[in-house]
Ligand binder design. Sequence first.
Ligand SMILES: *Cc1c(COP(=O)(O)O)cnc(C)c1O
Length: 349
Amino acid sequence: MNFELNKITRANVEALQPYSSARDEYKSDGSEMVFLDANENPFENGVNRYPDPQQRDLKSVLAEPKGVLPENILLGNGSDEVLDLLFRAFCEPHVDNIVTLPPTYGMYNVLSGINTVENRKVLLTDTFQPDVKEILKVVDEHTKLIFLCSPNNPTGNGFDEDRIKGLLEAFNGLLVIDEAYIDFSPRKSWVGRLSDFPNLVVTQTLSKAYGLAGIRLGLCLASTEIISVLNKIKPPYNVNGLTQSRALERVLAQEAVTSEVANILTEREKLRTALLTVSFVDMLYPTEANFILVKVDDADLRYAQLLHKGIVIRNRSTQPLCQNTLRFTVGTASENKKLIRALKELSDA
Ligand SMILES: *Cc1c(COP(=O)(O)O)cnc(C)c1O
């Protein structure tokens, strides 16, 4: 490997002096200070002050369970913002390109369009694994990012360690592993390997297992060098104060998260068992996430029938390799019961 971060960083970003906000320059050390620096309204209401632009308290509680230093973390307004920052830091519009592996999460392609960066698509294999040889064939000196989603959305499976390792060793840009569903998977996070691979970037989110999709908090975990580059270009107050405090509370309540995840996994297995008995279900794909991808006889028809019964799922049939597939998110026990009853009615009809 021949990875050099300054070779892949955009020249304008390399040259950039980040905006220094008032709250950046001085943060209260707990002593009685008078803050007349940021043109805020001084009347206390809980959120009258600008939030900490570096989210120091939140990062310090996240660092331990993630097994990294706070300097290895960048937080964003959802992982979507984190992914966008990666494009803006490393991909020159009209010049550079990225590689994605359909069928996968739609945001990578949307962001490539927004940033005018070519998206070179290499289909997953028929078992939904990265095709390392084909990926390396389309990579050139302008390929800055490869996006791997593991466990993958919408297929649900995790990617083989050896394939990911092969890419990390052969690629001189950044390999971004989107671990939005890692807390549902028996696999180890790649965060533990950050010090082995300087070109590894892991993204995670509080939107799925942590149950906080509404507050928008995404994580980027990478070397301190990569995080420093991203810190230069992030909007200073991209993570608002309410989000920081709710996220902090939740991360400290780790047992509640763990028990909800356990519940979802139990429910997922019940749902799998039920789906196997449905007459129009052709197969279930293996899953390490909080959803199940299912092949059916006629996805459009079954989608419409479930909708008619008041149940909204996702029809993934337009995705390559996903003809006639439906994606079911695992709900609460009572929601899943309603789904199973509806499936049974349709199955018997
Ligand atoms: C849901 C999901 C996310 C989460 O995005 P947020 O912006 O953090 O809510 C990220 N990646 C994948 C693959 C997802 O399915």
